[in-house]
Design a protein around this ligand. Structure first.
Ligand code: ADP
Ligand code: MG
Ligand code: ZN
Length: 481
């Protein structure tokens, strides 16, 4: 038996306005280096940290959404280590009494539900950022390094799973689902490329039931794709070792994106290496029942429940994933469904017309100014053959770009569908005269030129002609020749 066993340690930056223990802004990307800093987050002697209430609420929210027990009593500890991005020489974290514990997250893998237990969620502060200047982007390749402390002290939650994950695919799905939930809760942007969601992956190979193998921890996985690739590589490496009768060494390994392999970084540090001890400058963290109840009420309907609801409407899994991919999109879908009772058609409009617009403009749904009633009105105009689908597509884009009422656009630009037979026949005659080659092809039996000719008529009428009518009339005319 060779079974991969995986546990993830995920760090998510909380989207609070200010840092975890001081009033510095958490903006660390749009300002020059070392500007959002103060004596507290720079670790000057004699300063005292003050806990950010919002960060605690966000962490509790995450805990509740991930089915955790929220500790009424928890505390902060110092994790000591030396590194240039850590001005105090220790990180304020939570060690033996985390804020949340014993939760779980359900994921869907190949149509089945799998429960991944969450061991703990704790609050801690982020470190600064090192910029290594040299041939590569790593310390070992650098001529010198620059330090930016804007990020030092930004609140993080660390979410630690039990080793319940058994494949790279499951690990990726878990992380994607986790990110989706954090976004629904509006507590983290969850952006892996920007480092606001970071993941360390612990992986071992189990050779006998009930006994865990020796694990390695992979760092530097910066995308869902790398997570899967790094785990695949590491599983293969460990299996190879075991097959050769060698042993896996417990260590931390670095995922080398360029080489697509993991390399040894350092031996595994033990908890005692960090000399954890209680943070003397912060009182214990007490969470009251009232506080929990208040936060519980703020939790929106989560993806899991939405999936159930949309499956019941007869939507397919891939269709449902489109709708729930953004909370604002799901809300829009719900509001639209009140006005329009055909979910499949609605989904088609959203996935074809709206998502392509978002894609073209590199936007997400929440950036859109779109009202369900205007959108539905437009769809209904197509349903009633008042405008054609190509016209509707243009009108929708114009509406999304300018905010101008779709009905007004149709009215003012005279875009209503043309089904005036004599006018269409005139256009058809013109198209026949101007396309001798296609017409002679038709006569020779090349029936597929019909589509081309229909296209010409549509072009002449600026997409406003009723498609079926044009087809019929055109065929009639061609047959007369
Ligand atoms: P530590 O305190 O050394 O960081 P933890 O017990 O907190 O260790 O585990 C860290 C992560 O490693 C967790 O996600 C856990 O599920 C995972 N893990 C622990 N043992 C193994 C193992 N043998 N194989 C794979 N993952 C493991
Ligand atoms: Mg750990
Ligand atoms: Zn500060």
């Amino acid at each position: 038996m060779l079974k991969p066993v995986i546990g993830l340690e995920v760090h998510a930056q909380l989207s609070t306005e200010t840092k975890l223990f001081c009033s510095c802004s958490t903006d660390h990307e749009n300002v020059p280096p070392n500007t959002n800093v103060c004596p507290i987050c720079m670790g000057f002697p004699g300063v005292l940290p003050v806990l950010n209430k919002k960060a605690v609420e966000f962490a509790i929210k995450a805990g509740l959404a991930l089915n955790c027990e929220i500790s009424n009593y928890s505390k902060f500890d110092r994790k000591n280590y030396f590194y240039p991005d850590l001005p105090k020489g220790y990180q304020i974290s939570q060690y033996d009494l985390p804020l949340c514990k014993n939760g779980y997250l359900e994921i869907f893998v190949d149509g089945e539900v799998k429960k991944i237990r969450i061991k703990r969620i704790h609050l801690e502060e982020d470190a600064g950022k090192l910029l290594h200047i040299g041939t590569g982007d790593r310390l070992s390749e650098a001529d010198y390094s620059l330090v930016d402390f804007n990020r030092a002290g930004i609140p993080l939650i660390e979410i630690v799973t039990e080793p319940d994950i058994n494949s790279p695919q499951e690990a990726r799905i878990f992380l994607q689902e986790l990110r989706l939930i954090l976004r629904y809760l509006e507590i983290s942007s969850g952006d892996m490329e920007k480092g606001s969601l970071r993941c360390d992956a612990n992986i071992s190979i189990q050779t006998q039931e009930g006994v865990l193998g020796t694990r390695t921890e992979i760092k530097n996985v910066n995308s869902f794709y790398s997570l899967e690739k790094a785990l695949e590589y590491e599983i293969e490496r460990q299996i190879e070792l075991l097959k050769n009768g060698e042993q896996v060494i417990q260590e931390t390994r670095h995922w080398d994106e360029k080489k697509q392999k993991t390399v040894s970084l350092r031996g595994k540090e033990e908890a005692e290496d960090y000399r954890y001890f209680p943070e003397p400058d912060l009182p214990p963290l007490i969470v009251t029942e009232e506080m929990k109840e208040k936060i519980k009420k703020e939790i929106p309907v989560l993806p899991k429940e939405l999936r159930r609801k949309y499956f019941a409407l007869g939507l397919l899994p891939n269709e449902v994933e489109i709708i729930i991919s953004e909370r604002e999109l799901a809300e829009f879908f719900d509001k639209s469904l009140v006005l329009y009772t055909n979910p499949k058609n609605l989904l088609n409009w959203i996935s074809v017309e709206i998502l392509s617009y978002l894609n073209d403009n590199n936007m997400s749904f929440k950036d859109l100014n779109i009202l369900p009633e205007k959108f539905i009105k437009l769809i209904q105009m197509v349903d009633k053959n008042e405008i054609t689908r190509p016209v509707a597509k243009d009108v929708l884009r114009k509406y999304l770009t300018t905010g101008k009422d779709p009905e007004k656009i149709v009215e003012e630009e005279g875009l209503k569908t043309v089904s005036d037979t004599s006018y269409l026949q005139e256009v058809i005659q013109k198209v026949i005269l101007n396309n001798e080659k296609a017409v002679s092809d038709w006569k020779k039996g090349k029936k597929q030129v019909l589509n081309f000719l229909v296209g010409q008529v549509m072009k002449e009428t600026k997409g406003r002609a009723s498609l079926d009518l044009v087809k019929n009339l055109l065929e009639e005319e061609l047959n007369k020749l």
